[in-house]
Design a protein around this ligand. Structure first.
Ligand code: ACO
Length: 326
């Protein structure tokens, strides 16, 4: 099989900033509570005229630019999102049209916060087998549109954003060294958006019961996250035939600083080798890992030849990890 790597990255954050102080005016919470329990200080929110595909479009343009690939070279577009513009057509199809990527196949991939890592895993297979040469993978969410702004347990945690990368062939032994994906549908109830699908279609009752908003059992998700971050990191390292000492840089899913810190402790990493931006953006779900990756690359924190570990978890439950050389 062929070597597969990331040729370029891009990201996009909507302009509006919502601070913890802003949230104090909406729900009974405090900057002190949010900061100490999560590490989040502020997050971004999409403008009224924007939807997920608009964020994807900006991130994709930047990823195409940084990889030197044009939209008409793309063979496939995968969008990892849990907040598509609508149930169908897919956000990937909307994006394909916006980009004018005429020859690209396109589909959405639903693995919530693990969407980008799942997308990397799926997209890279097409290149490894030789079926496709250039694949655009985007992770993007606008969970602000799906949050219950009366529920302080969830509305303080999330933000909007999109990140993207272009995958292509690289030298054998370079690029992606290992991939690990996991799922446990038994934990699906811990984090869900109950209505609006075929189980509970929109009705006056579902609206009245606030079932079109995200529901989360925070403490359970927290415990799950700490466990699977560790497991996912170990599995990907094992499959790549390396140990934690070989990691140059970690890009974790940005949900909660305490979850990141737990992973960092288990991996014995010093703080300068871990990217954290959740203080500025909160949990951007599918956008979290690719935005962090793009920023780490642009800030020169990830350098050529570095061994990089991406690790994430999310609703589903899902989790996953990637080891690659940069
Ligand atoms: N402001 C003030 N108080 C709050 C707030 C808030 N914003 N939110 C909850 N509380 C209260 C609760 O009501 C509860 O009060 P009670 O005990 O009187 O009922 C109390 O704080 C809960 O406190 P703890 O249990 O100590 O909170 P914890 O330390 O577990 O932190 C948190 C809660 C931040 C939600 C944590 O559990 C967490 O981060 N969980 C993981 C969430 C996550 O990562 N989700 C994303 C998954 S990825 C995806 O796919 C989208």
């Amino acid at each position: 099989s062929r070597g597969v790597g990331i040729l370029g990255t891009g990201s996009y954050l909507p302009e509006e900033v919502i601070t913890n102080e802003d949230l104090e005016k909406i729900v009974e919470t405090s900057d002190a509570w949010i900061t100490s329990r999560t590490g989040i200080k502020e997050r971004r929110r999409v403008a009224a005229h924007q939807a997920t595909s608009d964020l994807c479009y900006q991130a994709a343009l930047r990823a195409l630019d940084s990889s030197g690939v044009s939209a008409d070279e793309l063979d496939l577009i995968i969008v990892g999102t849990a907040s598509p513009d609508m149930l169908f057509p897919s956000t990937a199809c909307l994006l394909q049209n916006m980009l004018g990527a005429k020859k690209a196949a396109a589909f959405d991939l639903e693995a919530a916060c693990t969407g980008f890592i799942y997308g990397l895993a799926v997209g890279s297979q097409f290149i490894a087998t030789g079926m496709y040469d250039k694949v655009l993978v985007v992770g993007a969410d606008t969970l602000s549109r799906l949050l219950d702004w009366e529920d302080r347990n969830t509305c303080v945690l999330f933000g909007d954003g999109a990140g993207a990368c272009v995958l292509g062939q690289v030298e054998q032994g370079q690029g992606i060294l290992s991939l690990y994906l996991g799922a446990d549908g038994g934990g699906g109830d811990l984090l869900k958006l109950p209505a609006g699908g075929s189980r509970l279609p929109a009705s006056e009752q579902t609206v009245a019961a606030r079932e079109h908003f995200i529901k989360m059992s925070g403490t359970e998700v927290f415990k799950f996250a700490v466990r699977v971050m560790d497991e996912a990191a170990k599995k990907a390292l094992e499959q790549a035939g390396i140990t934690k000492k070989d990691i140059d840089f970690l890009v974790p899913h940005q949900a909660n600083i305490r979850i990141v810190d737990a992973a960092v402790r288990r991996l014995d990493l010093s703080p300068e080798r871990v990217y954290v931006n959740l203080d500025k953006y909160g949990n951007m779900s599918g956008g979290s890992v690719p935005v962090a990756l793009d920023e780490a690359v642009n800030e020169g924190k990830i350098k050529n030849g570095d061994v990089v570990l991406l690790v994430g978890f999310g609703a589903g439950l899902t989790w996953g990890s990637v080891v690659m050389t940069w």
